[in-house]
Design a protein around this ligand. Structure first.
Ligand code: PLP
Length: 400
């Protein structure tokens, strides 16, 4: 910027102090770059950035340095060639479905047990746009194979660990089944996080995260991300220029900061969840516990082989014996440490009633088909001392 000293007060108020050229230092941690636009030495340079012939940024709906740093970090943790960030997990899922071929006349084979909004996106919005979804129990690989061969889908969609029933998907085998029929495998890896598992390395084509959860980890930012090949990422990038579900730089900065402690948080959360699951399993007032780390979980051996000793995740769900919605609500209101909040993957221990929150949009019949009962509680283990979590659960159960 030219010398401002001769300019008027109003002009100096706008331009003074701005666009100082970078000096020979670099900040240790990534700054927040909120600028919407970027300047270059010449218009030819800007033109070359627009054309993708040189690196750089032109407009923050496309990308920016803080968002790019977050993408680079997630790609590294997912052992992925590239990542594309979004304003939420649902935006990431939507983009991956579109990039993967969800359009009029297309079909998708999806897990029966999925996050409620994912289920509604498939069976509601996408179905009205002419995309047909066939739901299958992904624990039954023969049924998946039959559905894929019969319906020739563009995409197969599963969650590594399902929400809210904690079923574990055999990602390597599902990738084989999908690819044999020229379908792509899209995996929602939100519950497992890259700490436990990298689905792309096992053959998945697109992996999505609600980064709101374990990646960011502190319950203070909404974000999503897709990890995939460089070619697919370019497709996502071009799509997002038109859709505009971009992650903001402030959110990217928070998510990037959260990511740094993912291994520390996940280690503790896996330990806490395992102890809570074992304790609940021993309680006569608990009818059933869903946790992949319990030896009686139907995919315990699969989870042990996929997650290779890293633990079995920080999520679990359980059914309170002889309870309905009223008793579950009483239990949740009696909790004093665990928080009845509608999210997961935080440092806080959180509980949720799937039937009336995450899976509220399903009809009672759809919930019954998926196995989501009124006495089911989902618990996301935080990083508190486990004895305090157990004591809180015990005193609340005493009040049911
Ligand atoms: N996928 C899973 C497994 C989820 O649990 C959620 C949200 O709870 C989402 C996707 C959607 O993420 P977001 O709320 O960030 O849009």
């Amino acid at each position: 910027m030219s010398d401002l000293s001769s300019k008027s007060f109003a002009t100096r108020a706008v331009h003074a102090g701005e666009r100082t050229p970078p000096a020979d230092y670099r900040p240790v941690s990534t700054p927040i770059w909120p600028s919407v636009g970027y300047l270059y030495e010449s218009m030819d340079d800007l033109d070359a950035v627009f054309a993708g012939e040189r690196p750089g940024y032109v407009y923050s709906r496309y990308s920016g340095p803080t968002v790019a740093a977050f993408q680079q970090a997630v790609a590294s943790l997912e052992a992925a060639p590239a990542a594309q960030a979004y304003a939420s997990g649902m935006a990431a899922l939507h983009a991956a479905l579109l990039a993967g071929g969800a359009r009029q006349g297309a079909s998708i084979v999806a897990a029966l047990d999925l996050y409620g909004a994912t289920y509604s996106l498939l069976t509601g919005l996408l179905s009205t746009l002419g995309v047909q979804t066939h739901l299958v129990d992904v624990g039954d690989l023969a049924a998946v194979e039959a559905a894929v061969q019969e319906t020739k889908p563009q995409l197969v969609l599963v969650e590594t660990i399902s929400n809210p029933l904690l079923k574990v998907a055999d990602v390597p085998r599902l990738a084989e089944i999908a690819h044999r029929s020229e379908a792509l495998l899209l995996v929602d890896n939100t519950f497992a996080s890259p700490y436990l598992y990298n689905p792309l390395s096992a053959g998945a084509d697109y992996v999505i995260h609600s980064a709101t959860k374990y990646l960011a980890g502190h319950g203070d930012v909404l974000a999503g991300v897709v990890v995939t090949s460089e070619e697919n990422q370019r497709r996502l990038f071009e799509l997002n220029k038109l859709i505009g579900a971009s992650l903001g730089p402030f959110e990217a900065w928070l998510a990037l900061r959260g990511l740094k402690t993912l291994p520390l948080r996940m280690r503790r959360q896996c330990q806490n969840a395992a102890q809570v699951a074992a304790w609940l399993h021993s309680q006569p007032r608990i009818a059933r516990v869903n946790y992949p780390g319990l030896p009686d979980h139907p995919q315990h051996a699969l989870a042990a082989s996929l997650f290779a000793g890293g633990g079995f995740g920080g999520m679990l769900s359980f059914e309170i014996a002889e309870a309905g919605k009223a008793e579950v609500y009483r239990f949740m209101e009696a909790l004093q440490l665990c928080l009845p909040a509608t999210t997961l993957g935080d440092i806080y221990t959180l509980v949720l009633h799937p039937a009336t929150s995450s899976h509220r949009s399903l009809s009672p019949a759809e919930r019954q088909r998926a196995g989501i009962t009124d006495n089911l509680v989902r618990l996301s283990a935080g990083i508190e001392a486990v004895e305090d979590i157990l004591a809180d659960l015990e005193q609340a159960l005493d009040q049911v």
